[in-house]
Write a protein that binds this ligand. Sequence first.
Ligand SMILES: NC(=O)c1ccc[n+]([C@@H]2O[C@H](COP(=O)([O-])OP(=O)(O)OC[C@H]3O[C@@H](n4cnc5c(N)ncnc54)[C@H](OP(=O)(O)O)[C@@H]3O)[C@@H](O)[C@H]2O)c1
Length: 372
Amino acid sequence: MAGSEIPKTMRALVAPKYCWPEDGYEVVELPTPQIRDPKELLFRVHAASIATGETQVARGAVRFLLGKSKMPIRLGVEGAGVVVAVGAEVTAFKPGDEIYTFTVTRPMNLASAGGVCAEYAVTREALAIRKPAHVPFVDMCTLANLVTVVQAADRALEELRANGVEGGLRGKTVFVAGALGALGAPAAQLLKRELGAGRVVASVSTAKVPLVEALLPGVVDRVVDYTRVPRLADAVPRGSVDLVFSTQWGPEGTFALADRERGVVASLAGAPPPALLRAILPPLPAPVYWLAALAQLWYAFCLRGTRVRYFFLSGEPSVRADLVRAVDLLARGTVKALHRVVPLDDIVAIRAEAQKVATGKGGIGKLVIQIV
Ligand SMILES: NC(=O)c1ccc[n+]([C@@H]2O[C@H](COP(=O)([O-])OP(=O)(O)OC[C@H]3O[C@@H](n4cnc5c(N)ncnc54)[C@H](OP(=O)(O)O)[C@@H]3O)[C@@H](O)[C@H]2O)c1
């Protein structure tokens, strides 16, 4: 099954103990993973991404909720590469095939996930998809967030219809928080280029204002420097937005922008309702569900007296149909990958860029580690 050219050990990006990226991420030598299930495949990783959730696990921020992680904590749940060996029951792929995979399914046991940011990784056949020949491996590593914004946009369109808004986003105004972030960039492009939003208003911090048009040409109609105003509503007129796409913690800070009669707020970084929390994570202590329920009451309180429809969405890249749509958007160039690419050899740059992911400040697009 495994070819003789597969080495017994490989380089992998890890947190050797709970730590912030800049305090300790390292590239170490680990045993090359092996296929343990007939539906698994082993691939030579060419590129892998680092996401906020992984950095939270790696610094121990969720250890009391999800349990202790095995050390060292291996980073990377998403990557792209070339298949080198397949399990006995794998039929869709063979050695030599170029694939993308997001390796986590629900409930997401983040404490034991990871390991794609390495020279070799194992995934399940059902979680792999073929890479279009012309799309670079590094670009594929932005797919999980693209699936998330596709799913959020679908739901947002349903909510708009439920509020009596017909005709989708044509001619409508949307607001995207953090337009040069890993979620914000695919969101702004999808809403403008695929769904035809009439006007995209987007927020970034001061240094990024001049970069928006260069990095997302023709996508953003008005850029707001969110660091220059105490409240967003000081820069964007209250009630002027049909769809708010909130990618930052504290979605209630964007509520005032939404049209009070028919607006929708899609949140990707708020508190999930308890039922969703139960679906996406392993069982948690009861007070966590109480707090999640309280947060929903808080959101409802903030929206009192309006007909604004609010929802939180957790992306699910294992939904095959949505993954296929996201690959197609990338392959057509409708949504272009926005990323910063750092080689696995450059641990100093990896630590600095992963620190931006962990703090949610300063990064541009997705952090992708290039391995080959
Ligand atoms: N629901 C889901 O399925 C899902 C999926 C992926 C991620 N998330 C969550 O979504 C959030 C963003 O994730 P990401 O992958 O996009 O991370 P990211 O690329 O690190 O996003 C952070 C970006 O947002 C900008 N930002 C920070 N505070 C802001 C504010 N108040 N207003 C506008 N922009 C602000 C930062 O830019 P500046 O440097 O300009 O401040 C930074 O570049 C995280 O909390 C993450 O956990 C949720």
